[in-house]
Write a protein that binds this ligand. Structure first.
Ligand code: SAM
Length: 239
């Protein structure tokens, strides 16, 4: 069944107004008609089955029928990925969304090359991946921020899985040893981390430096590999 991420509040017997683009997607791409049903979620009120009650020029009107899943949120894992080239960054955002990341931060490191990021494009990719993957929330994508600033303002109690291409602890054992709780996974740029960055990161008490194996992975591959390990070791894959 079609799933749509909407802004409207969702409750019993409520009208839901998708955007014009979403309305066109429903009627022209998915060929839905009056009376057809679909699922909607807004990241706050769970997932609701709705029916199309009106098809107007300015968009369709849906009406909620039943809440089919209560709101739930996955484990607290964030991805901090260096601003890499467009295709890799978009791939990383889509795959991280499917892999249950709660938030994606874009980080500027000493060797980050790319400057401009289309935030609206990344948000749209996250929404589309969340709709497809069946999750009940959409990860927030934070604007690019300097690594040093992020470390200066680090949230108490959050661990950092520092994916270090020059080597580190075997990731699985390191995660199993450190255990569950709020984590952030850090992935560097095409040129890797600078020695100064590596030194600062490794000196931090909340950092676990890990290796993702003997080969150098592209940043987007590393993001997928790290999130896969994290979910399997301390995330929501064991349930
Ligand atoms: N300096 C290398 C290069 O220029 O290709 C490494 C950069 S790598 C493409 C980008 C990021 O992916 C690294 O900074 C690291 O966070 C992660 N990464 C890639 N391979 C890794 C590995 N084998 N172990 C740990 N992290 C890795």
């Amino acid at each position: 069944m079609v799933r749509l991420f909407v802004q409207s509040a969702l409750s019993a017997d409520a009208a839901v107004l998708p955007t014009l683009d979403q309305s066109r997607y429903l009627t022209q791409v998915m060929r839905l008609k009056l009376g057809d049903s679909l699922l909607v979620f807004n990241g706050r009120d769970g997932e609701w089955r709705c029916v199309i009650t009106e098809i107007l020029k300015k968009g369709v009107v849906l009406r909620t029928e039943e809440q089919v899943r209560p709101q739930a949120i996955g484990p607290d894992v964030q991805l901090l990925i260096s601003v890499v080239k467009k295709s890799a960054l978009e791939f990383a955002v889509e795959k991280a969304t499917e892999l249950g990341v709660r938030r994606v931060g874009l980080v500027v490191t000493h060797r980050t090359q790319v400057q401009h990021v289309r935030m609206d494009r990344l948000d749209a990719i996250a929404v589309e991946a969340a709709e497809q993957t069946g999750r009940l929330d959409v990860p927030m994508i934070d604007e690019p921020a300097k690594l040093g600033d992020l470390l200066d303002g680090w949230e108490a109690g959050r661990r950092l899985m520092f994916c270090d291409e020059t080597g580190g602890a075997p990731a699985w054992e390191a995660l199993m040893g450190a255990g569950a709780g709020p984590w952030t996974i850090l992935i560097g740029p095409e040129g890797g981390f600078s020695p100064e960055e590596r030194e600062r990161l490794r000196a931090l008490p909340f950092t676990t430096a890990v290796s993702l194996g003997p080969r150098i992975l592209r940043a987007d591959t590393a993001a997928v590999a790290a999130l896969t390990l994290w979910q399997a070791a301390v995330g929501d894959w064991e349930r």
